[in-house]
Write a protein that binds this ligand. Sequence first.
Ligand SMILES: Nc1ncnc2c1ncn2[C@@H]1O[C@H](COP(=O)(O)OP(=O)(O)O)[C@@H](O)[C@H]1O
Ligand SMILES: O=C(O)C1=C[C@@H](OP(=O)(O)O)[C@@H](O)[C@H](O)C1
Ligand SMILES: [Mg+2]
Length: 176
Amino acid sequence: MFKVVLTGYMGSGKSTIGALLAQQLGCALVELDFEIEAAAGISIPTLFAEKGELAFRKLEHHSFEQWMQSPDSFVMSTGGGTPCYYNHHEWLQREHVYSVYLKGSVATLAQRLQSQKAQRPLIQNLPEAELEEYIAKHLFDRNYYYLQSRFIVPIDGKTPEEIVMEIRQWLAQKGV
Ligand SMILES: Nc1ncnc2c1ncn2[C@@H]1O[C@H](COP(=O)(O)OP(=O)(O)O)[C@@H](O)[C@H]1O
Ligand SMILES: O=C(O)C1=C[C@@H](OP(=O)(O)O)[C@@H](O)[C@H](O)C1
Ligand SMILES: [Mg+2]
């Protein structure tokens, strides 16, 4: 049994890499944001707008815990905040959990997120000029949690395929 858990800031590529990695490993993909949307019956932006971030975090907690406690093997793409709430960071180093931090620079994340703010309620109303500064501060706070992942992959300037290959090499060393 193995649980590969991808962590990292919004825009670091968790969803993209997760899908590719699960496909290559031939295992299930858990896209935590989809799980939350399915449980809520509404999109994440609507959930934030109508019920608030706290309601989102509760659903995220429920879904994350259910999957982590299951006997299933999978690749999980978390949301950028997932390891930073409740006791979630404690899961990152448990037995059978292969946590991977997709580590991007502020510049790379800001460049990617600029055109994708609408799907991400935490940044959707930020003026363009403030995005980079917001990410820098937020990432500083969240790094404490991301860095508890067992493997760190710098992502700047790499293709998804290159990143997936690095993760697969590390997993192979661990016998996965
Ligand atoms: N290695 C990469 N190089 C260039 N663009 C990427 C890479 N990985 C992801 N992207 C793009 O960056 C954006 C954010 O990726 P996404 O997988 O949604 O990140 P996350 O789930 O971490 O928020 C998407 O437009 C995606 O196509
Ligand atoms: O960083 C966060 O707190 C969030 C990240 C999002 O996922 P991505 O990291 O896939 O964008 C999504 O879970 C929600 O908008 C909150
Ligand atoms: Mg995602």
